[in-house]
Design a protein around this ligand. Structure first.
Ligand code: SF4
Length: 217
Protein backbone atom coordinates (compact mmCIF):
# COMPACT_ATOMS: atom_id res chain seq x y z
CA UNK A 1 0.00 0.00 0.00
CA UNK A 2 1.11 3.56 -0.70
CA UNK A 3 1.15 6.42 1.77
CA UNK A 4 1.17 10.15 0.92
CA UNK A 5 4.22 11.67 2.61
CA UNK A 6 5.23 15.33 2.74
CA UNK A 7 8.52 14.88 4.56
CA UNK A 8 10.53 12.57 6.81
CA UNK A 9 13.34 13.74 9.07
CA UNK A 10 15.71 12.35 11.70
CA UNK A 11 16.55 13.39 14.35
CA UNK A 12 13.62 15.54 15.43
CA UNK A 13 14.00 16.84 19.01
CA UNK A 14 11.16 19.35 19.33
CA UNK A 15 8.01 17.24 18.82
CA UNK A 16 8.08 14.72 21.67
CA UNK A 17 10.73 13.44 24.07
CA UNK A 18 14.22 12.44 22.94
CA UNK A 19 15.60 11.84 19.46
CA UNK A 20 12.75 11.01 17.13
CA UNK A 21 11.88 10.22 13.56
CA UNK A 22 9.41 12.82 12.28
CA UNK A 23 6.95 11.78 9.56
CA UNK A 24 4.69 14.46 8.03
CA UNK A 25 1.89 12.90 6.03
CA UNK A 26 0.51 14.69 2.98
CA UNK A 27 -3.14 15.76 2.83
CA UNK A 28 -5.40 17.54 5.30
CA UNK A 29 -9.13 18.17 4.94
CA UNK A 30 -9.44 20.09 8.23
CA UNK A 31 -7.68 23.30 7.16
CA UNK A 32 -7.39 25.19 10.45
CA UNK A 33 -7.11 28.97 10.19
CA UNK A 34 -3.48 29.96 10.81
CA UNK A 35 -2.01 26.51 10.04
CA UNK A 36 1.75 26.83 9.41
CA UNK A 37 1.85 23.61 7.36
CA UNK A 38 -0.40 24.54 4.47
CA UNK A 39 1.99 22.81 2.06
CA UNK A 40 0.65 19.54 3.51
CA UNK A 41 -3.01 20.25 2.63
CA UNK A 42 -3.38 18.85 -0.94
CA UNK A 43 -3.68 15.07 -1.17
CA UNK A 44 -0.92 15.18 -3.78
CA UNK A 45 -0.52 11.78 -5.49
CA UNK A 46 3.01 12.67 -6.61
CA UNK A 47 3.99 12.32 -2.95
CA UNK A 48 2.96 8.67 -2.73
CA UNK A 49 5.45 6.01 -1.76
CA UNK A 50 5.07 2.43 -0.55
CA UNK A 51 4.69 2.07 3.22
CA UNK A 52 7.39 -0.59 3.01
CA UNK A 53 9.87 1.95 1.58
CA UNK A 54 9.10 4.34 4.44
CA UNK A 55 9.61 1.54 6.98
CA UNK A 56 12.95 0.68 5.35
CA UNK A 57 14.03 4.33 5.64
CA UNK A 58 13.04 4.38 9.33
CA UNK A 59 15.11 1.26 10.04
CA UNK A 60 18.07 2.76 8.20
CA UNK A 61 18.20 6.10 10.03
CA UNK A 62 17.41 4.66 13.47
CA UNK A 63 20.81 2.99 13.77
CA UNK A 64 22.01 6.09 15.58
CA UNK A 65 19.57 5.65 18.49
CA UNK A 66 15.83 6.28 18.46
CA UNK A 67 13.52 7.30 21.33
CA UNK A 68 10.29 7.74 19.41
CA UNK A 69 8.43 8.37 16.19
CA UNK A 70 6.20 11.42 15.74
CA UNK A 71 3.59 11.28 12.99
CA UNK A 72 2.12 14.60 11.97
CA UNK A 73 0.96 16.28 8.82
CA UNK A 74 -1.23 17.00 7.22
CA UNK A 75 -3.88 14.94 8.90
CA UNK A 76 -2.59 11.40 9.50
CA UNK A 77 -6.10 10.02 10.10
CA UNK A 78 -7.16 11.13 6.57
CA UNK A 79 -5.21 8.03 5.42
CA UNK A 80 -6.51 5.43 7.88
CA UNK A 81 -5.52 2.32 5.92
CA UNK A 82 -2.01 3.53 5.15
CA UNK A 83 -1.57 4.82 8.71
CA UNK A 84 -2.68 1.44 10.03
CA UNK A 85 -0.17 -0.40 7.84
CA UNK A 86 2.58 2.02 8.89
CA UNK A 87 1.78 1.57 12.60
CA UNK A 88 1.64 -2.21 12.22
CA UNK A 89 5.04 -2.18 10.49
CA UNK A 90 6.60 0.07 13.13
CA UNK A 91 5.16 -2.04 15.96
CA UNK A 92 6.42 -5.28 14.39
CA UNK A 93 9.88 -3.75 13.91
CA UNK A 94 9.95 -2.53 17.53
CA UNK A 95 9.09 -5.99 18.77
CA UNK A 96 11.42 -8.04 16.58
CA UNK A 97 14.38 -5.66 17.08
CA UNK A 98 13.79 -5.40 20.85
CA UNK A 99 13.51 -1.59 20.68
CA UNK A 100 11.52 0.68 22.98
CA UNK A 101 10.63 3.71 20.86
CA UNK A 102 7.19 5.27 21.34
CA UNK A 103 4.61 6.17 18.70
CA UNK A 104 3.10 9.66 19.01
CA UNK A 105 0.57 11.00 16.49
CA UNK A 106 -0.93 14.46 15.98
CA UNK A 107 -4.47 14.92 14.70
CA UNK A 108 -6.68 17.90 13.99
CA UNK A 109 -9.76 15.85 14.88
CA UNK A 110 -11.30 16.01 18.35
CA UNK A 111 -10.44 13.07 20.62
CA UNK A 112 -14.10 11.97 20.71
CA UNK A 113 -14.17 11.73 16.89
CA UNK A 114 -10.98 9.66 16.87
CA UNK A 115 -12.35 7.36 19.57
CA UNK A 116 -15.56 6.88 17.60
CA UNK A 117 -14.11 6.51 14.10
CA UNK A 118 -10.52 5.31 14.60
CA UNK A 119 -10.40 3.31 17.83
CA UNK A 120 -8.27 0.60 16.18
CA UNK A 121 -5.66 3.15 15.13
CA UNK A 122 -5.58 4.73 18.60
CA UNK A 123 -4.99 1.25 20.05
CA UNK A 124 -1.75 1.02 18.05
CA UNK A 125 -0.37 4.35 19.35
CA UNK A 126 1.36 5.23 22.62
CA UNK A 127 0.07 8.80 22.68
CA UNK A 128 -2.01 11.22 20.62
CA UNK A 129 -2.21 15.02 20.47
CA UNK A 130 -5.74 15.67 19.15
CA UNK A 131 -7.96 18.71 18.45
CA UNK A 132 -7.65 21.31 15.68
CA UNK A 133 -5.19 24.18 15.91
CA UNK A 134 -7.05 27.25 17.26
CA UNK A 135 -5.37 30.41 16.03
CA UNK A 136 -7.09 32.65 18.60
CA UNK A 137 -6.00 30.64 21.62
CA UNK A 138 -2.63 30.90 23.37
CA UNK A 139 0.24 28.51 22.90
CA UNK A 140 0.17 27.05 26.39
CA UNK A 141 1.66 23.59 26.57
CA UNK A 142 4.74 21.73 25.47
CA UNK A 143 4.59 20.30 21.91
CA UNK A 144 1.14 21.81 21.28
CA UNK A 145 0.19 24.76 19.07
CA UNK A 146 -2.85 26.03 21.00
CA UNK A 147 -4.10 25.44 24.53
CA UNK A 148 -7.18 23.43 23.44
CA UNK A 149 -4.88 20.63 22.28
CA UNK A 150 -4.33 17.85 24.80
CA UNK A 151 -1.68 15.16 25.16
CA UNK A 152 -3.30 11.78 25.75
CA UNK A 153 -1.26 8.68 26.68
CA UNK A 154 -2.81 5.56 25.17
CA UNK A 155 -0.63 2.67 26.38
CA UNK A 156 1.48 1.66 29.37
CA UNK A 157 4.55 2.90 27.49
CA UNK A 158 2.70 6.11 26.70
CA UNK A 159 1.79 6.67 30.35
CA UNK A 160 5.36 6.00 31.49
CA UNK A 161 6.79 8.38 28.90
CA UNK A 162 4.18 11.14 28.60
CA UNK A 163 2.28 11.46 31.91
CA UNK A 164 4.71 14.09 33.25
CA UNK A 165 4.33 16.17 30.07
CA UNK A 166 0.52 16.27 29.76
CA UNK A 167 0.21 19.57 31.66
CA UNK A 168 3.78 20.76 31.11
CA UNK A 169 3.82 24.44 30.13
CA UNK A 170 5.62 25.75 27.11
CA UNK A 171 8.64 27.52 28.63
CA UNK A 172 8.91 30.99 27.05
CA UNK A 173 12.66 30.71 26.41
CA UNK A 174 12.72 27.08 25.36
CA UNK A 175 14.23 26.17 22.03
CA UNK A 176 11.31 24.96 19.95
CA UNK A 177 12.34 25.12 16.30
CA UNK A 178 14.81 23.04 14.33
CA UNK A 179 16.15 24.06 10.96
CA UNK A 180 17.05 21.65 8.20
CA UNK A 181 18.16 22.28 4.63
CA UNK A 182 17.17 19.53 2.21
CA UNK A 183 16.98 19.49 -1.58
CA UNK A 184 17.31 23.27 -1.78
CA UNK A 185 14.47 23.89 0.69
CA UNK A 186 14.70 25.30 4.20
CA UNK A 187 12.52 23.41 6.67
CA UNK A 188 11.53 24.77 10.07
CA UNK A 189 10.44 22.00 12.43
CA UNK A 190 8.55 22.54 15.68
CA UNK A 191 5.86 24.76 17.18
CA UNK A 192 6.44 28.47 16.50
CA UNK A 193 5.18 31.27 18.73
CA UNK A 194 2.34 33.40 17.35
CA UNK A 195 3.74 35.75 14.73
CA UNK A 196 7.18 34.09 14.56
CA UNK A 197 6.84 33.19 10.88
CA UNK A 198 5.69 36.69 9.87
CA UNK A 199 8.52 38.21 11.92
CA UNK A 200 11.05 35.89 10.28
CA UNK A 201 9.78 36.83 6.84
CA UNK A 202 9.98 40.55 7.66
CA UNK A 203 13.56 40.18 8.94
CA UNK A 204 14.57 38.33 5.78
CA UNK A 205 12.96 40.99 3.61
CA UNK A 206 14.82 43.75 5.49
CA UNK A 207 18.03 41.98 4.47
CA UNK A 208 16.98 41.64 0.84
CA UNK A 209 15.94 38.00 1.02
CA UNK A 210 12.46 37.20 -0.30
CA UNK A 211 10.91 33.94 0.92
CA UNK A 212 9.02 32.06 -1.79
CA UNK A 213 6.58 29.17 -1.35
CA UNK A 214 6.22 29.56 2.40
CA UNK A 215 3.99 27.02 4.12
CA UNK A 216 2.09 29.40 6.40
CA UNK A 217 -0.11 31.07 3.75
S1 SF4 B 1 -2.95 22.40 11.91
FE1 SF4 B 1 -2.91 20.22 11.31
S2 SF4 B 1 -5.08 19.66 11.20
FE2 SF4 B 1 -5.04 21.88 11.19
S3 SF4 B 1 -4.99 22.43 8.99
FE3 SF4 B 1 -2.85 22.32 9.66
S4 SF4 B 1 -2.22 20.26 9.15
FE4 SF4 B 1 -4.46 20.25 9.12
Amino acid sequence: MNILLNKAHFPVTVLGPGRRIGLWLQGCTIRCKGCVSQDTWPADPTRALPVKALLDWCRKVAGDGLDGITISGGEPFDQPKALGELLDGLTAWRKTAGLDFDLLCYSGHPLKTLEKQHAKLLARLDAVIPEPYADGRPLGHLWRGSDNQTLVPLSARGVARYADFCAAPQAPDEKRMQVSLENGKLWLIGIPHRGDMIALEALCQQRGLALNEVSWR
